[in-house]
Design a protein around this ligand. Structure first.
Ligand code: FEO
Length: 393
């Protein structure tokens, strides 16, 4: 339990040991499930709960604060890492009303079987008085679910932003102390869940211009006392701007595709193009997703297995398609022993990428002189395309 300002507490849980989120996303820096308690002169509100694995931490923090009565529990988001402890909290505080919007109410009613009479449904811009403190609700759809909302505490100019601006970053300090340390976890978080909704992120950033925000308190990671840092980062990530970078995500079985990858990376570097190379059998998909936030071009490298793409290359293509990065160009390199449809299969897996597909390079067996020449041709083409975009200094 830690204090943000007088009568405003962080009562959630820090999970230093968490290493995988949603059985998918690596958490190299752990995470936190932030829950906030606001004591007004007349009413007390709890903003979000915690992951159900940490319910005891939340209940313990409330007990330490001597909280005997909660009037409102605000649910910003239906996902269980924030809502999962709601049933226990509503049981512990039987008179508390559960405040949320209609979409979130529907999700919570279905996920957690919360009865209708516990809910108070609010509208975008609606206000709730705690006496000397006023909560104003701000709908923030698609950060990253459709129902998500935030709360603006008017008197203290604090935005409780839910997943928006969050980071999977377990830190003992309540506030961001070192912006450079939180930048990567915040970008990783954006890449993994926000990036597919870049347009809506932009709209929500625009909407927040109407608020004077001095503190951003997200539902994961430390609290921002200088909101400009994270708001500027989001503006950059969600903009249309791309960088002079190529992501090369590849896997190789017997070394042919690896040789092509090595040659191709060197060819790009020689041309002054940044390269982020990922070997897919040991990849941190968070790092791969982060690279996708900015790179102008993605190239997938695969051998041909059973006449098709290597499953790990297919996984990378599937992930890129799901994350919908703003990538402008894409291509495929790889090899085959006797035949197959690897290129066609991978190309068909990325329809969500609004990227121009550059001519792939495919080697029969070991890459030979003509294959290396083709890789040089692809590197030249990428250079020309990046120049056309004006991203080469
Ligand atoms: Fe942190 Fe979408 O839950």
């Amino acid at each position: 339990m830690r204090q943000i300002k007088q009568n405003i507490y962080s009562v959630g849980a820090i999970d230093f040991d968490a290493r995988l989120f949603d059985k998918l996303i690596p958490l190299p820096d752990g995470t936190s499930y932030n829950s906030y308690l606001i004591k007004g002169s007349e009413k007390t509100a709890l903003l979000d709960t915690v992951d159900p694995t940490k319910t005891n931490v939340l209940l313990g923090n409330l007990e330490k604060l001597g909280i005997e009565k909660i009037d409102y529990v605000i649910a910003h988001h239906g996902e269980q890492d924030h809502s999962g402890s709601l049933p226990d909290i509503l049981k512990r505080f039987p008179n508390a009303k559960l405040v949320t919007n209609a979409k979130c109410k529907d999700i919570l009613a279905n996920l957690l079987e919360i009865k209708d009479d516990r809910f108070v449904t609010i509208e975008d811009g609606g206000q709730l008085s705690l006496g000397d403190k006023t909560l104003q609700f701000v709908f923030l759809p698609w950060v990253h679910w459709p129902e998500t909302l935030g709360t603006y505490l008017k008197e203290d100019k604090i935005l409780f932003s839910c997943d928006f601006f969050g980071s999977h970053f377990a830190a003992s300090s309540l506030f961001v102390e070192d912006e450079s340390a939180v930048y990567e976890p915040a970008k990783r978080y954006y890449a993994e869940i926000m990036m597919p909704f870049r347009r809506q992120i932009n709209s929500n950033l625009e909407k927040l211009k109407n608020f004077q925000i001095e503190i951003i308190a997200p539902s994961h990671g430390p609290v921002y006392k200088k909101p400009k840092f994270i708001m500027d980062a989001y503006k950059d990530w969600s903009s249309d701007a791309v960088k002079n970078e190529v992501i090369l995500a590849y896997v190789s079985m017997h070394g042919s595709t690896a040789k092509m990858a090595e040659y191709f990376t060197a060819a790009l570097i020689e041309r002054g193009i940044g390269v982020k190379q990922f070997e897919l059998s040991a990849v941190d998909i968070g790092k791969l997703a982060m690279a996708m936030v900015d790179a102008a071009t993605i190239v997938i490298g695969s051998p041909t297995v059973l006449a098709a793409a290597h499953p790990l290359a297919a996984y990378a293509a599937f992930l890129a398609n799901a994350l919908r990065p703003k990538t402008k160009f894409a291509s495929i390199i790889g090899s085959f022993g006797w035949g197959g449809k690897m290129v066609e299969q991978l190309a068909s897996m990325i329809p969500n990428l609004k990227a121009e597909i550059l001519e792939p390079v495919l080697s029969k067996g070991e890459p030979k002189e003509n294959d290396f020449a083709a890789l040089d041709r692809l590197a030249d083409e990428i250079l020309a395309k990046h120049k056309e975009l004006g991203i080469i200094k």
